[in-house]
Design a binder for this molecule. Structure first.
Ligand code: ITT
Length: 191
């Protein structure tokens, strides 16, 4: 059984691949030239859009993740626009820290919506995971990707970028989304 991983984000891809091992599935990468426009208004709409279109074009089962960071003091920004907030991870972090300035209220949450589509494009499964945390004043840690160095979990006293991949998996938005997804994925009939 082939499952196409519909992402162009290398950091996300690494995590998704790690979370999808131990399954009787052959993971295939989406070709780079196949880009889906994210016209949805929510994370789940965009996850479904990406999974559905990649599945239909390739005639294969496909999985997509749409995720982002919602900052309370910025009324939920950058949210579904997290990838479009800057050119590079560094730009995006710099902009977010600039926008927040010396704001004391630094609560935020990561959201991850995952969708799986059948070869005809119909959505077979959908889940969402959420991880609350805080935005630091400056980056800490070298692991992970994206906004990881400024996203701090008080309970672990670490940023995502200071966590091992295993620890991040156990607490993160994506880890939680996959925890609910995997048992359902195992029960899917891939014919
Ligand atoms: P694909 O659509 O091709 O999957 P993308 O990077 O455009 O790649 P999104 O539209 O879902 O993906 O944007 C996600 C943004 O949120 C992106 O800028 C990431 O850096 C950020 N993000 C998502 N999950 C993250 C995580 O676990 N750690 C840090 N940043 C994360």
């Amino acid at each position: 059984n082939i499952l196409v991983v519909a992402t162009s984000n290398p950091g996300k891809l690494l995590e998704m691949q790690a979370y999808l091992t131990d399954l009787d599935l052959e993971l295939q990468l989406k070709p780079d030239e196949l880009e889906i426009e994210e016209t949805g208004k929510t994370f789940s709409e965009n996850a479904c859009l990406k999974a559905s279109q990649v599945a239909a074009v390739m005639g294969q089962w496909a999985i997509a993740d749409d995720s982002g960071l919602e900052v309370e003091a910025l009324e939920g920004a950058p949210g579904i626009y997290s990838a479009r907030y800057g050119q590079t991870d560094r730009d995006r972090i710099e902009r977010l820290l600039f926008e927040l300035g010396n704001e004391l209220h630094r609560e935020a949450r990561f959201v991850c919506a995952v969708a799986i589509a059948r070869p005809d494009g119909a959505i077979a499964l959908q889940t969402e995971g959420i991880c609350p945390g805080q935005i630091l004043h400056s980056p800490r840690g070298n692991h992970g990707f994206g906004y990881d160095p400024i996203f701090y979990l008080p309970e672990q006293q670490m940023t995502f970028a200071e966590m091992t991949p295993e620890l991040k998996k156990s607490v993160s938005h994506r880890g939680k989304a996959f925890q609910t997804l995997l048992p359902k994925l195992q029960k899917l009939d891939f014919r």
